[in-house]
Design a protein around this ligand. Structure first.
Ligand SMILES: [Fe+2]
Length: 179
């Protein structure tokens, strides 16, 4: 029987494969976005996001660093601001090709363009994307306990994100006494 409509999970699987294509030959970047997606998905579930916001969050987590390759090719380096500029049109194009709705494309590409901006964070999708990215970055960049604690105070807001960062680093950042 001919398949009329693919499920969200099937579409997501195609997106994951397409992002591996974007980052082909670069296992660090592939492992990075897979881990950010994993944490974003987990925090979203623990925080009880509605299905639409969860989909936007997961999609943004998968494509958030899509601008890095073209950034490196254009400038030879990739700072946050340049990446925020390069990423959104690439995300729009990829999501469009895979049949994502306008609403999802617009919000995801906006998130891609702001994922290094920590001021005026509005929306749980944005907040959780920042937290998931940091859960991975702090490990990949070997950040110190002090750096992690400072970032947690400055940026982390969701109870689940704060808990997971504490679990990962073997510390507790939620102000509660250790039992
Ligand atoms: Fe990232």
């Amino acid at each position: 029987m001919e398949k009329i409509r693919e499920t969200g999970e099937e579409r997501q699987a195609r997106l994951l494969e397409a992002m591996m294509e974007v980052d082909r030959g670069n296992p660090e970047r592939i492992q990075h976005f897979l881990k950010v997606w994993g944490f974003a998905r987990l925090i979203g579930k623990l925080e009880g996001l509605d299905a639409d916001t969860q989909e936007i969050l997961e999609t943004a987590a998968i494509v958030h660093d899509i601008g890095i390759r073209s950034c490196m090719e254009k400038y030879g380096h990739c700072r946050g601001k340049e990446q925020e500029k390069e990423g959104p049109p690439l995300a729009e194009e990829l999501l469009g090709r895979l049949g994502y709705e306008e609403r999802v494309k617009a919000r995801v590409s906006w998130l891609v363009g702001h994922h290094h901006t920590y001021a005026h964070v509005e929306g749980l999708d944005y907040q959780i994307l920042l937290e998931a990215d940091y859960l991975v970055n702090s490990y990949e960049n070997h950040e110190s306990a002090e750096q992690i604690e400072t970032f947690c105070r400055r940026v982390f807001r969701t109870p689940s994100g704060i808990r997971l960062l504490g679990l990962q680093s073997g510390r507790q950042f939620d102000g509660k006494e250790r039992i």
